[in-house]
Write a protein that binds this ligand. Structure first.
Ligand SMILES: *[C@@H]1O[C@H](CO)[C@@H](O)[C@H](O)[C@H]1NC(C)=O
Ligand SMILES: *[C@@H]1O[C@H](CO)[C@@H](O)[C@H](O)[C@H]1NC(C)=O
Length: 197
């Protein structure tokens, strides 16, 4: 009998403990009336020193074939400039360790890019790097910036992140590794420099 009751108490504890963890935090804060308050940054672990991480990977924009990772969802107007001004493409582009698509997949670049310049090829890119590798699995980095794809090196800001990348900031530098004109497929080297806690 003693075993049964202590077992059920233990089960109850297990069931309730996640609720305790949340209640002290976000869901049922005691003072429901406060919509906003100032919080001690230490509570979110911001006492730690920010670290700078460098990531290097290849971004595969596959527009050809039966399984494109990049699809045009808005066609530019037929009389648009040579820069396809107005075009919008959604991407779920593989990110790999090496330049070959068959090399280790470390995540996906999910988002979109759109042609935002009339006089040159200039994209606005908005994408999340959704990592699956090691401790970064489930964490994301968000990039929003301007990409003049025919420039040798382009730079775009890292404007935030989630998981291990909460409060992230930084930038990416990107260089085209290969561009195949007859298919439109591109492999681009990304170097990301990210400050995070
Ligand atoms: C070309 O653009 C103009 C506006 O600049 C528009 O009035 C016209 O209808 C367009 N023509 C075609 C064929 O899309
Ligand atoms: C990443 O996390 C997901 C969900 O927790 C899990 O299903 C998956 O196996 C993990 N992937 C890797 C490569 O560890």
């Amino acid at each position: 009998m003693g075993t049964t009751s202590s077992l059920s108490f233990f089960t109850l504890f297990l069931l309730l403990s996640p609720c305790f963890a949340i209640s002290t935090d976000e869901s049922t804060r005691e003072n429901h009336k406060t919509f906003a308050r100032v919080l001690n940054p230490n509570k979110l672990g911001l006492f730690r020193k920010e670290k700078l991480s460098h990531f290097r990977f290849y971004w595969h924009d596959i527009v050809s074939g039966r399984n494109p990772s990049s699809v045009i969802v808005v066609q530019p107007p037929s009389n648009a400039s040579k820069s396809s001004f107005g075009m919008v493409a959604m991407i779920d582009d593989p990110l790999t360790e090496g330049p070959e698509l068959s090399s280790k997949l470390i995540g996906k670049a999910q988002g979109f890019y759109a042609s935002a310049a009339q006089q040159e090829v200039g994209l606005i890119m908005a994408m999340n790097f959704a990592f699956i590798e090691g401790k970064y699995n489930g964490s994301t980095i968000t990039v929003l910036g301007r990409n003049t794809v025919f420039s040798k090196v382009r730079e775009m800001p890292v404007i935030g992140g989630s998981g291990l990348f909460r409060f992230a900031r930084g930038y990416v530098r990107v260089r085209t590794h290969t561009f195949t004109p007859n298919t439109g497929d591109a492999i681009v080297l990304y170097n990301a420099y990210v400050l995070h806690y």
